[in-house]
Ligand binder design. Sequence first.
Ligand SMILES: Nc1ncnc2c1ncn2[C@@H]1O[C@H](COP(=O)(O)OP(=O)(O)O)[C@@H](O)[C@H]1O
Ligand SMILES: Nc1ccn([C@@H]2O[C@H](COP(=O)(O)O)[C@@H](O)[C@H]2O)c(=O)n1
Length: 204
Amino acid sequence: METTIIGIAGGTGSGKSTFTNRLKQYFGDNVTVIYHDNYYKPHDDLPFSERQDMNYDHPDALETGLLVRHLEALKQGKSIRCPVYDFTQHTRSDRTILIQPSRVILVEGILILQDERLRELFDIKIFVEADADERILRRVVRDMNERGRELENIIEQYLMTVKPMHYLYVAPTKNVADLIINSGLNDVAFDLVKTKIQQLLSQG
Ligand SMILES: Nc1ncnc2c1ncn2[C@@H]1O[C@H](COP(=O)(O)OP(=O)(O)O)[C@@H](O)[C@H]1O
Ligand SMILES: Nc1ccn([C@@H]2O[C@H](COP(=O)(O)O)[C@@H](O)[C@H]2O)c(=O)n1
């Protein structure tokens, strides 16, 4: 089986997951989703207070080599066990998820277009764009509701690492994207990508 891998990048809060999850919801088991976030290094040898203060927006924060190996295995028709990251604990959980090979794989994450090995594996590269003020507002709500964070910590982390790393490592990757999407809720972009995936699936 041929495999097509689509990378979906964009800054934090840009709407990457919203766009990716909409495609997953539409295609169900015909499409597999892998989140780079699950490949954050665990650092479970360090106390919580130290894990809390780390820079999670630098490429070195992620075990991207493992993601590369997993994508290569899926392309070869092998299943993989994907780690599961726990944002409330700043480390990986004990769980892994069994992921089966499929015709189309979506890979989502802030830094996926920054890594040359990943770029080589992607057949289609998408960047989801959104203004910085909207992204941080969404992140505040999301991190407080879903990631167990407090407002003060979110603001400090944003100013110390998230914002500078975004402009150093994430924003420039817009230039290597095949497609730049204005918002994760963009219906036209969704229809275009949906049609492309339908075409790939019908080719088998
Ligand atoms: N265009 C949009 N308008 C309003 N809210 C949005 C939009 N895109 C995403 N959101 C919301 O913002 C939050 C972060 O979006 P998400 O897709 O998780 O971002 P990312 O994966 O890029 O960090 C979610 O709660 C989502 O529902
Ligand atoms: N322990 C961690 C690990 C990562 N982050 C932040 O997650 C952001 C990426 O995820 P998105 O869903 O927002 O794209 C990234 O900006 C990291 O700062 C974290 O807060 N804690």
